[in-house]
Design a protein around this ligand. Structure first.
Ligand code: SAH
Length: 344
């Protein structure tokens, strides 16, 4: 990637209009280019056949058209989930996952190469964070998958590798383009940003006029347990996080989802459930339970079914709405926390 050049696929429509005007081109050229990039998913300026040759030439001299390359696709024999390994133009590798639900196809995208957060249960963080992804690289995960399956993608979860709120601008740019009417036009309500809880970024996000769902990876009923499994808890406390979530709800009208990954003997005791119920009582809360996915490194054990049921009942008795996340693609290591940064 030549850093002098403009990453054209990351440009919002209005920025592209400005660029086209600066090139002395009529306005409609911006519509044509935006459509080639975000509706037809071309891989080169040469393919933009309704542009004059001279403009295609000028674009290739001034702009980069960043694409990612599909290296490997694994399909789950259990549920049809597909895990994709993509290569970036600098050789880095990232993973994304496509899940089929009754309500449509959902894609889980990565936002960084690796992750710096160090959560003890998660495989994506083992080698740290190499770099942020660009808006174009996050978009391309969706575009490549849609092309591969030949079906529309209707839901997006930013729950792959990386901490999306530490790559704030690229992630917000991704949401804006993905939901644009003249692009894929995915409803913002069908886009979920999952965070381990970067408070200043949650506050900032609440003011973006977006309708995206925020999922907070809580995973503990108190700071003591949370600090043992999530280093970020040393920086931001649970009471402050809950305040930030209240602000998010007040500003956006969107209820925050609290992710709770059950780890045997760590955060899954009945008293943990009671403490969690008390913590979230009266809040606009929704808890999504997910049994931990064991990885070779984390050596954690899943909570037994009977204990999950008991945990859930305690929450429900405390008037908390609870869902259980379906675990998909386990046989292809495509489940939460199993996406790894690999080298070519
Ligand atoms: N950094 C963001 C998004 C990526 S992780 C975040 O922390 O939310 C997406 C979700 O998968 C988070 O809720 C994360 O805590 C969870 N997760 C990570 N490893 C897991 C594992 N081994 N088992 C179950 N869930 C896991």
């Amino acid at each position: 990637m030549n850093s002098q050049k403009i990453d054209i696929k990351s440009l919002q429509y209005d920025a592209l209009q400005k660029l086209v005007a600066e090139m002395g081109q009529p306005k409609y050229r911006a519509d044509q280019i935006f459509s080639w990039l975000h509706e037809k998913y071309v891989h080169s300026f040469e393919e933009m056949t309704n542009l004059p040759e001279s403009l295609r030439q000028e674009l290739s001299e001034t702009c980069d058209l960043i694409c990612i390359t599909k290296k490997e696709v694994l399909t789950s024999a259990l549920d049809g989930t597909k895990k994709y390994l993509f290569e970036l133009s600098d050789g880095n590798l990232i993973e994304s996952v496509m899940m089929r639900y009754k309500h449509g196809n959902s894609v889980c995208v990565s936002s960084q190469v690796g992750c710096a957060m160090g959560c003890s249960f998660c495989a994506s963080t083992l080698k740290g964070c190499v770099r942020d992804l660009t808006t174009s690289e996050i978009l391309d995960q969706v575009y490549e998958i849609q092309e591969d399956i030949g079906e529309r993608v209707s839901n997006i979860v930013i729950m792959g590798m990386g901490e999306p709120l530490l790559n704030y601008d690229a992630v917000v740019g991704f949401v804006r383009i993905l939901s644009a009417e003249n692009a894929l036009h995915i409803s913002q309500r069908n886009i979920t940003i999952s965070t381990c809880g970067i408070i200043p970024a949650i506050i900032k996000l609440s003011k973006e006029q977006l309708k995206v769902t925020l999922a907070l990876s809580l995973h503990a009923p108190n700071d003591e347990i949370r600090r043992k499994i999530m280093p970020v808890a040393k920086k931001y406390s649970i009471p402050d996080l809950l305040d930030a979530c209240e602000i998010y709800f007040a500003e956006t009208g969107r209820r925050v989802t609290f992710e709770y990954c059950l780890i045997a003997g760590v955060n899954d005791r009945p008293e943990d459930a009671r403490e969690l119920a008390a913590l979230l009582k009266g809040k606009n809360a929704h808890v999504n339970l997910i049994p931990v996915n064991p990885t070779p490194e984390n050596r954690y054990q899943e909570t037994k079914e009977a204990d999950i049921a008991r945990f859930r009942k305690i929450l429900e008795d405390g008037q908390i709405t609870v869902t259980r996340r379906r675990e998909m693609g386990r046989d292809i290591s495509g489940a939460c926390g199993q996406l790894v940064r690999r080298r070519s």
